[in-house]
Every structure is written in structure tokens, then in C-alpha cells.
Design a protein around this ligand. Structure first.
Ligand code: HEC
Length: 99
């Protein structure tokens, strides 16, 4: 008798879980955020990036482009942002650290 009740209970659970599955809300998977501990040098690069690279357009995410894509973009944007080679190397290091 006890096992029959358990069986019924188990079936009820199965039926219930199947029934509710259909109404389950869509699971929104958040984009994974890469948390990288920045060294002071990389933090300086981030600072330069944040302050110089969103004047004409939105601040792009490092992961919006590949390392190969970034190279020519940074060459073009250095001229636009009027940054020297040291500042640009710092920005470039920061972006690489986020990829
Ligand atoms: C004087 C304005 C200006 C500044 C400052 C500037 N950009 Fe841009 N950026 C543009 C324009 C205009 C475009 C779109 C045309 C182009 O790609 O040349 C662009 C496009 C981009 C793109 C997209 C490129 C693509 O191929 O889709 C990236 C990424 C970018 N900029 C990064 C940067 C970074 C990093 C800096 C800082 C070093 C920066 N920008 C500073 C004007 C600027």
C-alpha cells in the first residue's frame, strides 16, 4: 500500500513537472562577463581607452573585435584620437588583456 502511494506520488511529480515545463518562462542567458583583475598598467590603459575612445562613437567592447581586427582599427583611431605611441600601446595592452 505504501509503495503504491509512493508510485502515485512519483507519477504525480512526473506529470506535474512535464505539465509545468511548457509554461516555463524563457530562460534568458546573460552574456558571460569576463572579470579580469587589472594590473595598474592595464588599469591606466583602460582609463585612457574610456576617456579617449568614446568621443566620437560608443565605447566598443574589446570582445567586439578579434585581436587581428583591432590592430588596423587602433592604427586608424590613434590618428583620430591624437594619442602618442606610448598611450596607444597602453590602450592596446588593455584591449588584449580583455580578449
Ligand atoms: C575623432 C573621432 C574619433 C575618435 C577620438 C575615435 N574614433 Fe573610433 N571611429 C571614428 C569613426 C568616424 C569611425 C567609423 C569610421 C572608421 O572606421 O574609420 C570609428 C570606428 C571605430 C571602430 C569600429 C571599426 C570598424 O571597423 O567597425 C572602433 C573599434 C573604434 N573606432 C575604436 C576607437 C578607439 C579604440 C579609439 C581610441 C583610441 C577611437 N575609436 C577613437 C571616430 C573616432
Amino acid at each position: 500500500m505504501k509503495s503504491r502511494i509512493l508510485t502515485i506520488a512519483a507519477l504525480a511529480v512526473i506529470v506535474f513537472s512535464c505539465a509545468t515545463k511548457k509554461e516555463a518562462p524563457k530562460v534568458v542567458v546573460a552574456e558571460p562577463v569576463k572579470v579580469v583583475e587589472l594590473t595598474p598598467a592595464l588599469a591606466a590603459g583602460q582609463n585612457l581607452y574610456d576617456n579617449n575612445c568614446a568621443k566620437c562613437h560608443k565605447l566598443f567592447k574589446a570582445t567586439d573585435f578579434t585581436k587581428e581586427d583591432w590592430k588596423p582599427i587602433l592604427v586608424r583611431m590613434q590618428k583620430k584620437a591624437h594619442l602618442d605611441d606610448t598611450q596607444m600601446a597602453s590602450i592596446s595592452d588593455y584591449i588584449s588583456s580583455q580578449l
